[in-house]
Design a protein around this ligand. Structure first.
Ligand code: FUB
Length: 461
């Protein structure tokens, strides 16, 4: 992330001024923070999907330094433990839709019959209005292709969300300032009947003071699902700043009853955007805020909290935290792990890799990555990493539980002849047993040192 890189390069200058130096070197990660989920870029508008034992997190991408909603592509991350998130890059952008000119805003992915459908709002270049497009892929991580070559539906409104009911009928919801639905056909890329407006009444969506044009709390970002026979719609409420509210209904089209606030107005973003899932017996609430350095209303970051519904099915009040959700299980350090599987990263970026998938790049002296809760069992004997460097490389130091603890391994990374010329390096490990957070700290000269594609420990025999 450029803004973080600027922060990084300005750090040594700032360190000339005593106290400021101390303040800038205190990073939230050392205080066990795992929110926001992604530190390499700004992310917004979370849309989580549970598939095949993982949570896939689809997000928008606020460009560095944005002063409006400057959004050109969407991103995908995934996790099996809710704390270590793997970056799958950008499988879809404005260019995916030949008819779209701008505004890669809040979308939603659903799976049906082995295909993944990504519904997104974009500006239609021909009309200048916001329209809903749909792209399709055989994989949750893409690549996604425009399913139609034209908008699925267009009425100038945004934030599509799809719910498939138990009887197989799929509904597309969207809208700001209104709230619409239509009935999707089984192919998921066409619909029957006309778009229908959901009545925005105070009984259904609460009352807003001081805005006669928008008399109810509903603003945007609907998220519809069914739980224990009750239909929920969670949405961004009021503006601006937004909070998250919800309503319930006996059916997918209403009548809706306003139920209250899920997440009060918090954080430094004037928008918020919700995604709610159940995963491995727990409930999770995704949202966004402006918590990263340089963050704010147009440089947002996605975060997550674990929560439990009240016994009567109502939401508890959910508060933004730096800690985020607890880890589910442990990470296996003896399996090959992607370099871009990260609980917290400081200073690094990610990019498409010539070695396959995504790699970690822009690694400079002092940068580091935390991977949470790795179970070393009886102990590790060696560490290997897939690396590339166009310069003279540097070192990967492996530390446990703290960014400045004593290294249990130090691997030299040589120059390999190119940023995408890959070699595997190995080094001995001593003192890594049981379960620990692992910190990879990077040292070397000035500028970019090397890239990392994957890493793996070997167990003592
Ligand atoms: O990210 C652009 C817009 O901001 C989204 O479409 C809205 O939900 C709000 O988060």
């Amino acid at each position: 992330m450029k803004s973080l890189a600027i922060l990084k390069s300005s750090r040594s200058l700032a360190c000339l001024v005593g106290l400021l130096c101390v303040l800038m070197l205190v990073q939230p990660a050392t205080a066990k923070a795992d929110n926001p989920i992604v530190q390499t870029i700004y992310t917004a508008d979370p849309a989580p999907l549970v598939h095949d034992g993982r949570v896939y997190l689809y997000t928008g991408h606020d460009e560095d330094g944005s002063t409006e909603f400057t959004m050109k592509d969407w991103r995908v991350f995934s996790s099996s433990d809710m704390v270590n998130w793997t970056d799958h890059g950008s499988p879809m952008s404005i260019e995916t839709f030949s008819w779209a000119s701008d505004d890669a805003w809040a979308g939603h992915v659903v799976e049906r019959n082995g295909k993944f459908y990504w519904y997104v709002p974009v500006t239609n270049g021909a009309t200048g209005r916001m329209a809903i497009g749909v792209a399709v892929s055989d994989s949750p991580t893409g690549p996604f292709e425009d399913a139609l070559g034209h908008p699925l539906v267009e009425n100038g409104e945004i934030d599509p969300n799809v719910f498939i009911d138990d009887d197989g009928q799929a509904y597309l919801y969207w809208g700001n300032p209104n709230l619409w639905y239509l009935k999707l056909n089984e192919d998921m890329i066409s619909f029957s009947g006309d778009p229908t407006q959901i009545p925005l009444t105070p009984e259904g969506f609460g009352s807003r003071e001081g805005n006669p044009d928008r008399p109810t709390l509903y603003e945007e970002g609907p998220w519809v699902y069914k739980r224990d026979g009750l239909y929920y719609i969670v949405y961004a409420a009021e503006c601006c700043s937004e909070h998250i509210a919800y309503s319930t209904a006996p059916g997918p089209t209403g009548p809706w009853t306003y139920r209250g606030t899920v997440m009060p107005t918090q954080g430094t973003s004037f928008t918020n955007h919700a995604g709610v899932i159940d995963f491995q017996g727990n409930s999770y609430f995704f949202y966004h805020n402006g918590a990263l350095p340089g963050g704010g209303g147009f440089t947002r970051s996605v975060a997550v909290e674990k929560f439990a519904y009240n016994p009567d099915g109502t939401f508890p009040t959910i508060t933004m935290t730096e800690e985020g959700a607890p880890q589910l299980g442990t990470l296996d350090p003896y399996a090959q792990q992607e370099g871009e599987t990260i609980a917290w990263g400081s200073g690094v970026e990610t990019e498409p890799s010539g070695d396959g998938g995504i790699n970690v790049g822009s690694i400079e002296n002092g940068d580091w990555i935390k991977v949470k809760g790795a179970d070393f069992g009886a102990g590790a004997s060696s560490f290997s990493a897939r690396v590339a460097s166009e310069t003279s490389g540097g070192q990967i130091e492996v530390r446990l539980d703290s960014v400045d603890g004593p290294p249990v391994a130090t691997c030299d990374v040589p120059g390999t002849g190119g940023w995408q010329t890959w070699e595997t390096v190995s080094c001995p490990v001593s003192g890594a047993t049981d379960t620990h957070d692992v910190y990879f700290t990077y040292t070397g000269g000035s500028g970019s040192l090397f890239n990392v594609n994957w890493w793996q420990f070997s167990a003592t025999s």
